[in-house]
Ligand binder design. Structure first.
Ligand code: F3S
Length: 392
């Protein structure tokens, strides 16, 4: 099998196709700030009503929100696969004889409860006592949970694409969105088995598989996906993950900002604050998460880092766990640049290609160089004169 360099792991591993995903001018990407997610599932229903409300699609939640550590749709999807992999082994390295990817098809029962484990916390409440946290002495809470929105990652090494013997799955040239050609599909379900995130789903009514489409019709018109525009918590920012610091002004217009996209800054700058979900699978997922800052880093390390002994250099700390602590702290006390970018989350339904943080304002431009957002970073505070109400 061909080898590919995986920057999320800092090493090469097997992948059936050679590619140059890092060199694409444009690649679909998303950053989700888990600290803002309230599990309202507005995103899930916006996605379902747009894409999967037909016959045979009843169980399909292309977008779902899980409560960590106990939630999961399908049930137990992550732990089951992690248990199969040896240290430093991707799902491609672990492929069984005659297969290109190691995976499994979740049983029917695993799909029966999309919200199993919702709001269940880690840790036990002391009986008969009020829960008090002693955060001055303990850095993290003993009792915790957080919400993890999950969707197709439009991976740079898609497992679904690698597994399909019909070559029915492809990456779009213009934006890297991974699509499934239903005319070519014969329902072999190798893609269903291969995707470690379990997002291609078989439709028993039509006999072919369906997979998330990255809201491509909206992207083509310069709009963000529906899960992004509908999010009431303003948890997400969508855009071009491949637009790095050397890029020229958007649309070639001198009036527009040049340089990296806001999500590229959050993921790839020296001030990295967003991490991929289970990069150890090896698929190079392109949805990145700002991890919750109240959760113990040991848990987050196995979920958002390669979680190996040897650490690749681009991570900020000496170990992966230390790196997670640094990223959590950056999210808790953001720099002015990150604070500025955080104001772009949910600020417009237009896709932001470039941005600029200057003094107290952050501005964004689309791919044509048109300004689409201009907002203050900190709202002015007005203190009223006169007597204040007091309960003393
Ligand atoms: Fe291929 Fe998946 Fe269809 S493996 S044939 S796209 S069910």
């Amino acid at each position: 099998m061909a080898q590919t360099y995986n920057p999320q792991l800092g090493r090469e591993h097997s992948y059936p196709y050679e590619h140059r995903e890092e060199e694409r001018d444009y690649h679909w990407g998303m950053v989700i700030n888990t600290n803002r997610c309230i599990n309202c599932n507005t995103c899930s229903f916006a996605c379902k009503s747009t894409w999967t409300s037909g016959e045979g699609e009843e169980y399909m939640w292309w977008m779902n929100v899980e409560t960590e550590p106990y939630g999961g749709y399908p049930m137990g999807w992550d732990m089951r696969l992690l248990d199969d992999l040896e240290a430093d082994q991707t799902i491609f390295d672990a492929a069984d004889n005659g297969e290109k990817v190691h995976g499994y098809i979740a049983e029917k029962q695993a799909w029966e409860y999309p919200a199993l484990g919702d709001d269940q916390v880690h840790g036990e409440y002391p009986e008969g006592e009020v829960v008090e946290s002693d955060l001055e002495n303990d850095e993290y809470h003993d009792i915790w949970q957080f919400y993890l929105p999950r969707l197709c990652n439009h991976c740079k090494n898609p497992a679904c694409l690698a597994a399909c013997p019909r070559k029915a799955i492809y990456k779009r040239e213009e934006d890297g969105i991974v699509l499934l050609d239903q005319e070519r599909c014969r329902g072999y379900r190798r893609c269903v088995k291969a995707c470690p995130y379990h997002k291609p789903m078989y439709n028993p009514e039509t006999g072919v598989t369906e997979k998330p489409v990255g809201c491509y019709p909206r992207i083509e018109e310069g709009n963000v996906p529906r899960c992004v525009s509908s999010c009431i918590g303003k948890t997400r920012l969508h855009g071009n993950i491949n637009r790095g610091p050397d890029a020229g002004p958007a649309g070639g217009k001198s009036s527009a900002a040049s340089g990296r996209s806001p999500i590229n800054y959050l993921v790839h700058s020296d001030e990295k604050v967003a991490l991929p979900l289970y990069p150890q699978f090896g698929t190079q997922p392109q949805v990145f998460y700002m991890p919750p800052y109240h959760v113990p880093p040991e848990f987050l390390t196995q979920m958002f880092t390669p979680n190996t002994e040897v650490k690749e250099n681009e991570w900020p700390g000496d170990t992966y766990e230390e790196s997670v602590r640094i990223v959590q702290e950056r999210a808790r006390n953001p720099s002015h640049e990150v604070l500025g970018i955080l104001q772009l989350f949910g600020a417009t339904t237009r896709l932001i290609e470039t941005y600029n943080v200057k003094e107290n304002r952050v501005k964004g431009w689309d791919r044509n160089g048109e300004k689409v957002v201009d907002v203050p970073i900190e709202e002015p505070m007005e203190v009223r004169e006169g007597e204040q109400w007091t309960n003393q």
